[in-house]
Design a protein around this ligand. Structure first.
Ligand SMILES: Nc1ncnc2c1ncn2[C@@H]1O[C@H](COP(=O)(O)OP(=O)(O)OP(=O)(O)O)[C@@H](O)[C@H]1O
Ligand SMILES: [Mg+2]
Length: 225
């Protein structure tokens, strides 16, 4: 089924998860229902080990859940052909995960350039400045600190102009001011692009800036805002 985005509108859900369950050695979560519309942000909080990253993986094409359906932009993602899945990931999804997946042999700038070329979108120099990256932009990824690498991966994902951003602890290595700036950048992006954000965080203050907040606790995803 080709992704037809020309008739895409604000009433169409960006994400819809129905009756999701997953276990490894034991059940992590059961019967999860979620939906996200254009312009919305959602946070997921919960204890370490409760299954938040696993849930994010199942929602973002990386892990087929044991049960349930995940629809992104109306496509049932675990029924897509490999080629369609690759196109969906490339064109619509922004993944910011705990390990950064930057191209290690390249400079920070070259990492942004790759995203810029693939998406045919310009590199946003004001974004680079707001993230405090202007002075390290020509350095190799391996020469950057953990927090600088994290900011480059955020800039790279936003350069792609994804329809939905999945961010797993994106501010985990950052100081308070930089973290707040990252939150503001996400919020503005989602509003301006009519995109959506799912944020996993241990920071309750940031979580409650989101439109919807859920807590994963004892296998159940409970809505707390
Ligand atoms: N691929 C895997 N195979 C087996 N067990 C796994 C796998 N991935 C995660 N787990 C287990 O599932 C549980 C939940 O892990 P997950 O990474 O989803 O937790 P989390 O809520 O993101 O924790 P944290 O806040 O520490 O990042 C853990 O006990 C983990 O060991
Ligand atoms: Mg995690």
């Amino acid at each position: 089924m080709p992704l037809n985005l020309s008739d895409y509108n604000n009433f169409m859900k960006i994400l819809e998860a129905t009756s999701l369950s997953h276990h490894f050695e034991y059940t992590l979560f059961e019967h999860i229902e979620l939906s996200l519309y254009p312009g919305e942000t959602m946070a997921i909080v919960g204890e370490s080990g409760s299954g938040k990253s696993t849930l994010l993986h199942t929602l973002s094409t990386l892990l087929k859940p044991n049960e349930g359906v995940v629809k992104l932009l109306d496509s049932d993602i675990y029924k897509l052909k490999e080629r369609e899945l690759v196109a969906l990931r490339r064109d619509e999804l922004g993944l910011i995960f705990q390990s950064h997946y930057l191209f290690k042999g390249f400079s920070a700038y070259e990492n942004l350039e790759v995203a810029s070329i693939l998406a045919a979108e310009p590199i946003d120099s004001s974004l680079v400045e707001r993230l405090g990256l202007q002075d390290v932009i020509n350095m190799k990824v391996t020469q950057l600190s953990g927090g600088q690498q994290q900011r480059i991966s955020i800039a790279r994902v936003l350069t792609k102009k994804p329809r939905i951003i999945f961010a797993d602890e994106p501010t985990g290595n950052l100081d308070n001011n930089t973290s707040l700036e990252v939150m503001r950048i996400f919020e503005e992006y989602v509003k301006e692009e009519r995109a959506a954000l799912i944020l996993v965080t241990h920071n309750e203050e940031f979580a409650f800036r989101c439109n919807k907040v859920y807590r994963l606790h004892e296998k159940v995803l409970e809505r707390i805002k």
